[in-house]
Design a protein around this ligand. Structure first.
Ligand code: NAI
Ligand code: A1CAB
Length: 252
């Protein structure tokens, strides 16, 4: 959907596959790109193949695509935890592979993604993947050993931020705001704060200090956050998600 919005999906040269009719219909309705039942058919007709199945279904999907692969094809996996080595073991060690961890804001062109290029992939393959994922947000090349950490932080991170937004809105409702205004204020506050970090380049601690007047409202709220262990909870969330990514790789 993000690539379609960025004008990167040519309906004549792109296709998707899914065993179920409902996701196929939804995909075509949102992207205008044809979706078929057979993975092998898509792999046979395209040069850049995006593997976007659950880690638990990856080995079944790989078995369906392997025979249609040639050295002309680049395979990109976005599955959490599944390593380049595992992909190469299933697809052949000469397969040109790139592993990416994007996140759902790619739908709106605001993704944060990390990627690692496999040993048989070319520099041009890495450049293409960087271009594709920079077209829907920001993409960073990282060593593969850091991709589970990327998964814990930015792959799963949108869910952590949604919980924060929901909780801030609940707080607003608790102190008397209507629900719709509270939710808009909460989301816009998170958006504006992220924009401040990204566009001013100022450290978040300094930005936080600039909001907190001596003896004022913000420091009272910050004290409540510290007392509740907010920072440790956020760090634990990233660590738990990163560990789970590693587990998903080792179990699938
Ligand atoms: N949801 C997220 O925020 C993110 C997910 N990922 C990764 O993306 C992958 C997909 O996750 P979601 O999109 O959330 O899952 P999803 O369940 O929404 O989509 C997976 C699709 O794969 C289809 N499928 C099942 N078996 C298949 C097969 N053998 N061949 C072709 N298609 C098959 C399913 O019908 C489904 O439509 C996972 O590996 C996940 O780790 C990566 C970054 C973020
Ligand atoms: O929850 C998951 O496993 C996937 C990977 C990153 C975001 N969602």
């Amino acid at each position: 959907k993000g690539w379609a919005a960025a004008g990167l999906l040519d309906a004549n040269r792109s296709a998707a596959s899914d065993p179920y009719p409902a996701p196929r219909e939804k995909f075509t309705a949102t992207t205008n790109v044809r979706a078929v039942e057979s993975n092998a058919e898509v792999v046979a007709k395209t040069d850049v193949i995006i593997l976007a199945v659950k880690p638990q279904t990856m080995s079944a999907a790989l078995a369906e695509v392997r025979s249609s692969l040639t050295d002309k094809k680049l395979v990109v996996s976005i599955a959490a935890g599944i390593t380049l080595k595992q992909l190469a073991e299933n697809l052949g060690t000469n397969t040109r592979l790139v592993r990416v961890m994007p996140n759902t804001p790619c739908l709106l062109g605001a993704s944060a993604a990390g990627f690692a290029v496999g040993p048989a992939a070319t520099k041009a393959d890495g450049d293409l993947v960087a271009r594709l994922f920079n077209a829907v947000g920001k993409a960073y090349a990282v060593p593969e050993s850091q991709l589970d950490a990327v998964t814990g932080l930015s792959g799963s991170g949108p869910a952590f931020v949604y919980v924060l937004i929901e909780a801030l809105a609940d707080g607003g409702v608790r102190v008397g705001l209507p629900r719709d205004i509270a939710l808009s204020l909460a989301a816009q506050t998170v958006f504006g704060s992220a924009k401040m970090v990204l566009e001013t380049g100022t450290h978040p601690a300094a930005l936080k200090d600039a909001v907190a007047s001596p003896g004022g409202t913000t420091i009272a709220g910050l004290h409540a956050l510290e007392r509740a262990g907010f920072r440790a909870a956020a760090m634990d969330a990233v660590e738990a998600a990163a560990k789970r990514a590693t587990e998903l790789g080792s179990k699938n």
